[in-house]
Structures are given as C-alpha cells and as structure tokens.
Design a protein around this ligand. Structure first.
Ligand SMILES: Nc1nc2c(ncn2[C@@H]2O[C@H](COP(=O)(O)OP(=O)(O)OP(=O)(O)O)[C@@H](O)[C@H]2O)c(=O)[nH]1
Length: 519
C-alpha cells in the first residue's frame, strides 16, 4: 500500500517491523537478508526524518517497491526446507545421454549396449559394486539400468539408495511376478522392464514422465523487472529441476519465448515499462503463443482486479511474497499439464513428432528469425526407402514400429532446439536452426549410417531400414516455399541416384537446372 500511497504512520510501523526483523536475523544464519533489511531501514528512516518532504511516487515506486519486494520475498524463503521429496533427483543430471547398465556380460547385454549407442547414448556396462560406485562418483548418468532376479543379497539392492539420490534407477528382470515388482517398488525403482530388454523399450521409459523431465527439464520464463527477485524465483525453481530463464526487459519476451519455448510464463503484474496485462495481451495475440500458461505474480490482493485478469486469459495468480512451496507446486503442475496437452495438440499421434501444419507455422517463424539475425538455417526432408516392401513383407504394424523407431532415433540424436516433424506418411521434415548446409550434410550422413545399423524387429524376424535425405539452406533460398521446394527436389535426387544417401542443394546441380539444360 505504501508503494501506491504515502502514509507516515504506516511507514513508521513498517520501520519498526523491519528493525525487529533485523534484530532477529542477526542471531540467525540469514546473511542474504541483512543487507536488504539495512537498505530498507535506511530508506524509511530518511523519509521519516525529512518531515516536510513527502517521497514522490517515482521514488516509492522504484526504491521502496524494490527493497520491500526483496525483503518480503527473502524473508519468506529464508530457512525454508524446499520440498526435497517433490523432485527426488534435484538438479538436471550431467549426462542426459549417459546410461550405466548393471548386468552380467552376455550377448543380450552387448546387443543392448550397441543398439543404445546407435540411438546416440553413451553406455557403460558394469557388474561390480565398486566399479558402479566409482562410476557414479565420476559422472551422474541419465539413469542406471540394473538387471536383477531379486535373489537375496543382490549387491544392487545395497546400492539402490545411493543411486536414487543421484538419478533414476530402472530394474530389468526375467521375473515379473508381483513379488518381484513389489521389491522393485520398495527399492525405489523408477521403472520395471522385462528381460531381455529391447533398446527402444528402454528409451521410451527414459523419455516419459518424471524421467523425461530429468532429461528435458520443464522450462519456465520469469518476467520480472527486478533482477534480484527474478533471481530468487529462478533459484527456487532451479533447485527443483526446472530450467528458469529470467527476463527483465519486457521487449525481449517475444524473442525469448520463441527461443526458449517455455512451458509456462511467470510474470510480474506491475512493471514500469509495460505492465503485465499489456504484455500478456501481446503474447495472446500471437497464434503460436496463445496457449502458453501465464501466471501473474503480484502484491495485488483485490479480487475484482484478479478476476479481470482471468478474463484476459491469464491462468492464475500468485500473491507476493510467495511461499517457495506454493511457487514450486503451482508452477510445476501447470507447466507439466501444459506440456502434456500441447503434445496431444501439435504432435502426430503415432510418432509423437510435430505434425505437418505445426511444423510449417514454426518453420515460417524460424526462417524470419534467421533472416533477421543473419543466421544459418537448414531444412532436411527425409523419406524411408522402399517402405512399401516393409509393409508388404512384415505387415503394417511392423511398418508403424519402424516409423516410431525413426522418430525416437531423430529425437535422441538431434538437438532439443531442432524441429522434427512427420511431414506425411513415411516422410519427415527437420528444421536445423543455426546450421549451415555443409554441417547439415555431415550430421545427416552420420545419422543415415547409424540408423541403417539399427535392428528393426517384427515377431521373430529382424531387418534393417534405410532412408534418403534432401537438404537445402537459407543461403540459397529466398523464402520458406523455396526452401521446402529445394529440399524436396534434393530428396527426389537422392531417390533417383539409388536411395540410402544424402543430397544437398546447389544451384548448378538442381534437378530443375538439369532439366533446363537437358531441354
Ligand atoms: N505402416 C505404415 N505405412 C505407411 C504409413 N504411411 C504411409 N505408409 C506407407 O508408406 C508406403 C510408401 O510407399 P511409396 O510412396 O511407394 O514409397 P516407398 O516404397 O517408400 O519407396 P521409395 O520412397 O521410392 O523408396 C506406402 O505403402 C504407404 O502405405 C503409416 O502410417 N504406417
């Protein structure tokens, strides 16, 4: 209230509260809070001593709001136990692609390790407690996958607690009776898989639910003009595995959304440059950004104002100062829900990749951005070879499984910032922002080779599948239509030249110019 209206008695009361708080924290271990308390006390004392000068609105809005905001938020967070059980693993692990396999040497274990490598995982296989303990000290993997038949005294059970404190533990077992499953749950397993274990079953387990979030953390954008407050919120969210981006300048929000792809935006309602309501409307007026949940953070307690903001499409309110538990639970649950719903909306139902129309809209956006920032961008068109014969020989479900395997493979091997879509049938389109054509050629050639080594399975039979690729880049295309056309032409070229190959666009060699010169 003091921020919006100067009131001497209220200021005096606040001063006594701040002095009490200061005395209290001097006896406590709350070092962060002390300098902020001192600054607030000095400010209030100065204003109260100057009897005849009333601090102006700008001063109150700037300095008082700043110190008051930080002191109240810090006091709320100081000494709090931050829900350790909410996200048992804590921060994102070091190696999203590192997996430790705990299993006796066998052909199955060797095969599993090789297949996981084709998908881009770094695998270390071991079966000695001391080796695993040492490996866990050296690097934290995305997960430990442990073979066990649950015989009493299996050393992995003694290590289970240590592993769970660092990363998810998944069991695979030739036993999958109730007793075995119960033991796994009691040992804190994040997953239970049948042995022999197929690489893609394991990858699916690593990609979904909490495990998926450990590999691809929820992303939250914090829009708050006070950098120190934004930092406080970011720290709390970070400590619960959330990737938080702080934006203090509202003008940078739109670009930030496109680059960071947040699952939720946490926004201060009152900012000097542009208030939260205005900014939220700017976001909501863009079709691609319309669905992102926006939570307001504000000292505003008036229900009428809160209701007004809800009608503008704001998803909720957190009142400042916010308790860390409330911040974490509200933000994580909403962000999770949005990520799930969004994946149903924009993804192809078989492969979980972006669908055609969404890819096209995103591609337009990326092309504009790359042109504006003068950055490279490549487009890849990929088509499975002789796919009809796979359907004819092994059946349509086996064909579907190949499509799903390819989707998993692309997601594992490419960067999180790349856009991967199922363009139609057995054709895929991939946008590689910031990538020149020669780099795209190299990357796709390596992927083409790796994919051809993956064992595809249908009942008891195994077979291998290849794909052809056409690539174009912004260096040679004027706009999105031309980019797509050139990549398509190159795909046609790759098929014509024998399949299982990658062709990049060059103006002299395009099928069009060849057709022209042939004419
Ligand atoms: N199993 C399965 N097959 C699909 C799906 N979508 C498209 N297809 C099949 O993909 C095959 C594509 O065949 P073609 O266009 O002749 O191409 P191709 O056999 O891959 O030969 P090339 O592309 O010339 O190497 C058709 O048999 C389609 O039925 C799908 O969702 N699942």
């Amino acid at each position: 209230m003091l921020v919006t209206r100067w009131d001497r008695s209220l200021a005096a009361h606040l001063l006594s509260l701040v002095s009490n708080l200061e005395r209290y924290i001097q006896g406590e271990d709350a070092a962060q809070l002390l300098p902020e308390c001192l600054a607030l006390r000095e400010l209030l004392q100065l204003w109260l001593i100057q009897n005849d000068t009333v601090p102006g609105e700008t001063e109150r809005y700037g300095a008082l709001r700043h110190h008051l905001g930080i002191v109240s938020q810090l006091a709320m967070m100081e000494g709090r136990q931050l829900l350790p059980e909410y996200f048992s693993g804590g921060l994102m692990q070091q190696g999203p692609h590192l997996v430790y396999l705990w299993m006796p040497p066998s052909e199955e274990a060797h095969n599993l390790s090789e297949q996981l490598s084709c998908y881009g995982f770094m695998v270390q296989t071991m079966y000695q407690a001391s080796k695993l303990a040492q490996a866990l000290q050296e690097a934290t993997p995305a997960a430990v996958v442990a073979y066990t038949d649950f015989t009493p005294g299996d050393p992995i059970m003694a290590l289970a607690d240590t592993i769970r404190g660092l990363c998810p533990l998944l069991f695979c077992s030739p036993r999958y009776d109730f007793e075995a499953r119960l033991q796994a749950v009691r040992a804190g397993a994040a997953g239970f898989l049948a042995w022999p274990l197929l690489a893609h079953e394991l990858i699916d387990n690593l990609n979904f639910g909490d495990l998926g979030e450990k590999r691809d953390p929820l992303r939250v954008m914090i829009v708050e003009d006070m950098a120190s407050l934004a930092g406080l919120y970011a720290n709390v969210l970070n400590s619960h595995g959330v990737d938080a981006l702080q934006v203090t300048d509202p003008a940078r929000v739109l670009d930030g959304i496109v680059q960071f792809r947040p699952d939720l935006i946490l926004m201060d309602m009152y900012m000097p440059e542009c208030n939260g309501m205005e900014l939220a409307q700017i976001i909501r007026q863009q079709r691609l950004l319309d669905g992102i949940p926006i939570l307001f953070l504000s000292v505003e307690k008036r229900q009428s104002i809160q209701l007004d903001t809800l009608t503008l499409g704001i998803d909720g309110f957190l009142t400042k100062p916010v308790a860390p538990e409330e911040l974490v639970v509200t933000v994580i649950n909403r962000a999770r829900r949005y990520r799930k719903l969004r994946s149903y909306m924009i993804n192809d139902s078989l492969t979980g990749l972006l669908n055609h129309s969404h890819l096209y809209a995103q591609l337009e956006y990326e092309v504009l951005r790359a042109k504006r920032d003068q950055r490279a961008l490549s487009l890849v068109m990929l088509d499975l070879d002789h796919f009809k014969t796979i359907n004819d020989s092994y059946g349509h479900p086996a064909g579907d499984e190949v499509l799903v395997n390819l989707a998993r493979f692309l997601k594992e091997r490419l960067r999180r910032s790349d856009l991967i879509s199922r363009y139609g049938g057995e054709e895929f389109a991939i946008v590689l922002p910031g990538t020149r054509q020669e780099d795209a050629l190299r990357i796709m050639n390596a992927m083409r080779q790796a994919f051809s080594q993956i064992e595809q399975r249908s009942n008891q039979q195994t077979f291998h599948q290849t794909f052809s690729v056409g690539i174009s880049s912004l260096a040679s295309a004027e706009d999105t239509t031309q980019l797509v056309q050139q990549a398509d032409d190159m795909l046609y070229q790759a098929k014509r030249l024998g399949r299982n190959r990658v062709e990049g666009y060059s103006p002299e060699q395009s099928p069009l110019s060849r057709r022209e010169s042939e004419a």
